[in-house]
Design a protein around this ligand. Structure first.
Ligand SMILES: Nc1nc2c(c(=O)[nH]1)NC1C(S)=C(S)[C@@H](COP(=O)(O)OP(=O)(O)OC[C@H]3O[C@@H](n4cnc5c(=O)[nH]c(N)nc54)[C@H](O)[C@@H]3O)O[C@H]1N2
Ligand SMILES: Nc1nc2c(c(=O)[nH]1)N[C@H]1C(S)=C(S)[C@@H](COP(=O)(O)OP(=O)(O)OC[C@H]3O[C@@H](n4cnc5c(=O)[nH]c(N)nc54)[C@H](O)[C@@H]3O)O[C@H]1N2
Ligand code: SF4
Ligand SMILES: [Mo]
Length: 640
């Protein structure tokens, strides 16, 4: 480490939660690199960090409070801004549920949770469910009784890795590197996805599955295990509902199951070989396949296959879905406000739930860390509902699709400009986030904003100081460290068993596994919309955190050369992507290896600039966990 290098950590919404080394050269330029001394980061970062560096110094950044006056923005000072907010809160406080708090994933960290404490002390409405991973989360809890995951580094010990729809080339470069290490040690990798993601360099075998249908492929392979008498007795007796599950599986012939997912018997045999012959086999479950109406069920069948093939509770095996990123920290303090009788609106249908909230209606909204107008499905409805709320505050650093509709924008500090503690949803390290840069202009941290606002209220809302909360957060049974030690080391590893559910002891009261009780068919596409719109992550940005000047318009879409709609398109003329919610001019691109029914859109570009895929996505819930069924969306392409 160079003498002027400072250790901090990345707080972007990314599973890798890297340890970073930041330095300035003699000309004052900032350098950000991965910490070579950290066992997960191992000296490298990703394209997102380069974009972040551009964002912090961007001329587009908002660095002063802005108040809407008609169709223009007026720069105001902080005192005026906070008094305005305080006055509004006072006037709505007699019915505090008329205030909505909406928190997103703009920056991870324990101090970012302080808004939950602040607004629960106020008795405000909040949200439940998620845009991200709650269907898969609930699925795991139903199966295992909890959501424990084996140490991600144990991937190195796998002999086979089944990658169920994790985009290793974009969404987690450090998981990708662990998978490559496993391959070097002889592991074989099979990737199951609709394609357009993991390349030949990252996988030995690929199956291009029909979007949304993984449960059928997993069920077909489970049936092969049953037919071949390959299910160990311990699995049968270690589960609470084997007979009912067996019946569900045996009602479906293998050929019908593989046809439902656009696969072949050979594909099922390939998965069988990976799961059953190359033990231990680890499964990685991406978030994509749970963004469907039966997304939770997809995850449950993949878990069931991992269990039946004897790969749960063993070293080098396991079923790796996102972990809870706060599981190694003590966040009980966020719940010391009102927890009972809180009104919770549903994230996936937030526009509708705001519009339909009565008794009391929503009159004020506070949004921090989220571009929810852009990221929630049904952007046009969310936008108009948000505009109709009497008083809206957005804490952000850019004029996003959400901020541009607010009554007041409060400029926040960004990563590297704020102190915090962060944990990961992939690994068990907890990291100290050192402030290494001064924020430009008048930007303030979310925490400082809420602290200042609380003092202006009557009665006041007094948040504990940041240091007290950082210390409190470390009081976790999994940690055993102090703030001083964490600051010195930069990162500590939580004490967690390396193998989740070792010996197949599950967290249900009887200790047994639960199989899914049904297998739902995939509904047919609605007439006129034969394609599935997959709005996937982009490599160089987290979600919508893209500088306006870096947004390519019209947005690109990718389809297979075998896409059934291509024949009717005149490629010399403009093309539109169309769903029942509307149309968007796009740039059509052809890519080999994409499943013919899929159309890929790299999400996050802004509606205000001509992008915004969520304008086209109907707000639907997943089967469990109040998740968002983004990829359930049917679409078509046509000349515009
Ligand atoms: N179509 C489609 N949409 C999706 C998904 C999908 O699959 N398809 N999946 C989604 C997933 S996985 C997720 S997790 C969500 C993410 O949805 P959001 O949480 O809304 O994510 P971002 O678009 O990153 O918006 C975060 C905002 O916070 C701001 N920000 C950054 N740092 C800070 C900070 O310290 N304080 C404050 N106050 N603001 C800050 C950024 O500038 C940015 O505008 O959306 C999803 N949206
Ligand atoms: N560069 C970058 N990295 C990110 C983020 C980002 O915005 N940008 N966001 C972070 C966040 S919050 C999240 S939640 C993760 C998401 O990262 P991933 O879990 O990788 O999920 P997604 O991009 O939402 O889904 C994409 C993958 O799911 C596959 N997929 C889609 N439908 C299906 C299906 O039906 N079956 C199967 N088997 N596969 C399917 C797609 O082909 C694609 O590979 O990434 C994180 N990392
Ligand atoms: S975005 Fe992810 S991979 Fe990139 S530096 Fe941050 S934590 Fe690491
Ligand atoms: Mo996410």
């Amino acid at each position: 480490m160079g003498s002027n290098e400072i250790i901090t950590a990345c707080t972007m919404d990314c599973p890798d939660a890297c340890s970073l080394l930041v330095s300035r050269d003699s000309s004052g330029l900032v350098h950000i690199g991965g910490n070579p001394g950290h066992p997960l980061t191992r000296g490298f970062t990703c394209a997102k960090i380069r974009s972040h560096k551009k964002r912090i110094t961007s001329p587009d950044r908002i660095v002063h409070p802005l108040k809407r006056t008609g169709s223009t923005w007026e720069r105001i000072d902080w005192d005026t801004a906070l008094e305005l907010c305080a006055g509004k809160i006072q006037s709505f406080r007699t019915a505090p549920a008329s205030i909505l708090y909406f928190h997103g994933e703009g920056a991870k960290g324990v101090l970012k949770q302080a808004g939950h404490l602040f607004f629960s002390l106020l008795g405000a409405s909040r949200v439940r469910g998620s845009f991200c991973d709650s269907a898969g989360y609930s699925a795991c809890v139903k199966d295992f009784g909890s959501r424990e995951t084996s140490d991600i580094e144990s991937l190195r010990e796998a002999r086979a890795i089944l990658n169920w729809g994790k985009d290793l080339s974009r969404s987690s470069v450090h998981m990708a590197s662990l998978v490559q290490e496993a391959r070097k040690s002889g592991a074989r990798v099979l990737t199951i996805s609709p394609g357009g993601d993991v390349g030949r360099a990252q996988t030995d075998e690929s199956i291009h599955i029909r979007p949304g249908t993984d449960r059928f492929l997993a069920a077909a392979v489970i049936r092969l295990f049953m037919e071949r008498g390959a299910v160990p007795e311990g699995i049968i007796s270690g589960s609470a509902n084997w007979d009912a599950f067996r019946q569900v599986i045996m009602e479906n012939p293998v050929d019908a199951l593989v046809a439902s997912c656009g696969c072949t018997r050979d594909d099922a045999d390939l998965v069988y070989d990976f799961a059953g012959r190359l033990r231990p086999a680890a499964s990685i479950i991406g978030a994509g396949l749970q963004r469907y109406a039966f997304g939770g069920e997809n995850v449950r069948y993949i878990n069931a296959l991992s269990f039946i093939s004897g790969n749960i509770g063993v070293r080098g095996g396991g079923s790796h879905f996102h972990m809870n990123s706060l599981r190694n920290l003590n966040l009980a303090w966020t719940r010391s406000g009102q927890t009972r009788g809180v009104r919770l609106l549903r994230m996936p249908v937030i526009g509708r739930d705001i519009a339909e909230a009565t008794d009391p209606p929503i009159r004020m909204a506070w949004v921090d860390g989220s571009n929810m107008v852009n990221q929630a499905p049904g952007s046009r409805q969310t936008a108009s509902v948000f505009e109709q709320v009497e008083f809206t505050v957005v804490v952000d650093a850019f004029m996003t699709d959400t901020a541009s509709r607010a009554d007041l924008i409060l400029p926040c500090t960004l990563m590297l400009e704020q102190e915090d503690i962060v944990a990961s949803y992939m690994h068990d390290h907890v990291l100290y986030v050192r402030k290494v840069l001064d924020a430009p202009g008048e930007a303030r941290s979310d925490f400082d904003i809420l602290t200042g606002l609380g003092r202006l209220l009557d009665p006041t809302i007094d948040l504990p100081g940041p240091e007290a909360l950082l210390r409190e957060s470390l009081k976790s049974p999994y940690l055993g460290t102090t703030l001083e030690e964490l600051k010195e080391k930069g990162s500590v590893r939580a004490h967690r068993p390396a193998v989740a559910y070792e010996g197949c002891a599950f967290d249900h009261p009887d200790g047994k596994y639960r199989f899914p009780g049904s297998l739902h068919g995939e509904p047919a596409p609605p007439p006129g919309y034969p394609l599935r719109l997959l709005s996937l992550v982009r490599r160089e940005a987290v979600h919508s955190q893209i500088l306006p000047r870096d947004q390519e318009m019209p947005p690109g879409i990718w389809v297979s050369p075998d896409c059934p709609m291509l024949g009717a398109i005149d490629r010399g003329r403009p093309v539109a992507l169309v769903t029942p919610l509307g149309r968007l001019r796009v740039t059509l691109r052809i890519m080999d290896g994409i499943q013919p029914e899929a159309v890929v859109y790299r999400r996050g570009d802004w509606m205000g600039l001509g992008g915004g895929v969520n304008q086209l996505i109907e707000p639907h819930l997943t089967d469990m966990g109040t998740g968002t069924a983004y990829y359930d969306q049917y679409a078509r392409i046509e000349n515009d």
